[in-house]
Design a protein around this ligand. Structure first.
Ligand SMILES: *Cc1c(COP(=O)(O)O)cnc(C)c1O
Length: 388
């Protein structure tokens, strides 16, 4: 079969494919804003906040300019700052931790659960000190963190729980939507997220009216009414054009998440018995498969092999937070979080998006199965060669 050598083109995500399916709705939504010219905190922002709160089965949603801002303003609303400690996972996107340090608080990292890659609740309790004020569980890759033990620990120690739901729009924990489980939650609408804007955007979700009100003021110059400023605020508003795009996409979320789950299940079936291991969905979880992440030996070689065949992949994330140059001053060293560190060398994210064709998944799985890593070079042969 000479077809084998034909280069494929399977992208990691394909935003254009999704746009094609909703082009008309998007264009109508954008025209509406251009017609209304209510570009700042316009009608679409208000309506999207109501619709997204309903989607999360929560009482309040406040549109902001990014997921990072949603986390940061949530921390500020709970008056968390210098001298306070906030516990989160060692394997997360850097933004979770940037939010903590941006308010002047100290991030305290804990290792992850080897099955679900979420923060390990058993390790949280040992990380609590008198300075601890909050826990930020991350629903990583669209799989909810194990919230009940986390909420129980938080209750016993009087801590705030802020969900980082940036990768998990629509996921459920024991039947309940993420975003409504803790004191507050942050969502990102970065274009490649499960619900993506056509630019940046974010949302703070909470059942607490005071927290919603505090973030509402902070995102808009700290004003309680026009030109009357009661807190030191910021300019962190969700753009009306982005809200209009997001409103057009929200009705598709359940369908798109279902399509992701279906694709993840096909990958699971196709890769069963291969060298690539997928995380196990916990019994409490209905994951929304933001990423399909496998673990594999010889990861770098496999990634290069797939790349040569035209299959794009990613690594989320290659360098754990505690080994990032920017956070050297936190004092962590290599070896502090063994599972996170081991997984960082083994994880590989395969193509995953709702429009990904099922035949592409079969090709990806077959290509992974056909990969045979080179045996390690014989050290004696190498030595005698260099001596000669
Ligand atoms: C994307 C993401 C964020 C940040 O969201 P932005 O909208 O890019 O600021 C935070 N946490 C996690 C886990 C994310 O994946």
């Amino acid at each position: 079969m000479t077809l084998i050598s034909t280069a494929l083109n399977i992208p990691f995500v394909d935003l254009a494919a999704q746009h094609q399916t909703i082009k008309q709705e998007i264009e109508q939504a954008i025209s509406r804003v251009l017609h209304n010219t209510d570009f700042i905190l316009g009608q679409d922002v208000t309506l999207f906040e109501q619709e997204f709160a309903l989607f999360c089965e929560a009482n309040h949603a406040v549109g902001v300019d990014s997921g990072t801002s949603a986390l940061e303003l949530a921390l500020r609303a709970y008056d968390i700052g210098p001298g306070d400690e906030v516990i989160t996972a060692a394997n997360t996107f850097i933004a979770t931790v940037l939010a903590i340090t941006s308010v002047g608080a100290t991030p305290v990292l804990v290792d992850i659960d080897p099955e679900t890659y979420g923060v390990d609740p058993a390790l949280i309790e040992a990380a609590i000190t008198r300075q601890t004020k909050a826990i930020i569980p991350v629903h990583l890759y669209g799989h909810p963190a194990d919230m009940d033990p986390i909420l129980d620990i938080a209750m016993r120690h009087g801590l705030i729980v802020i969900e980082d739901a940036s990768q998990a729009h629509g996921a459920r924990y024991k039947g309940q939507r993420v975003g409504s489980l803790g004191h507050a939650a942050a969502f990102s609408f970065y274009p490649a997220k499960n619900l993506g804007a056509y630019g940046d955007g974010g949302m703070l979700v909470t059942n607490d009216p005071q927290i919603a009100e505090a973030v509402r003021m902070m995102r808009n110059y700290g004003q309680s009414q026009k030109y009357y400023h009661v807190v030191e605020g910021y300019n962190r508003r969700l753009d009306t054009l982005q809200a209009a795009v997001l409103r057009a996409k929200l009705p598709y979320m359940n369908r798109w998440n279902q399509a992701r789950r279906q694709r993840a299940q096909l990958y699971d079936r196709m890769l069963a018995g291969s060298r690539a291991i997928h995380l196990t969905e916990a019994g409490y979880a209905e994951a929304v498969c933001h990423l399909y992440v496998v673990r594999v030996e010889h990861r770098d070689a496999l990634q290069a092999f797939l790349g040569e065949k035209g299959i794009a992949t990613g690594i989320h994330y290659p360098t754990p937070i505690h080994l990032q140059p920017v956070y050297q001053h936190l004092g962590y060293v290599s070896g502090d979080f063994p599972i996170t560190e081991q997984y960082a060398k083994q994880i590989l994210s395969l193509p995953m998006y709702p429009e990904l064709s099922l035949s592409a998944i079969e090709v990806v799985a077959q290509t992974i199965k056909s990969f045979t890593p080179l045996p390690p070079t014989n050290p004696i042969a190498t030595r005698s060669k260099s001596l000669g």
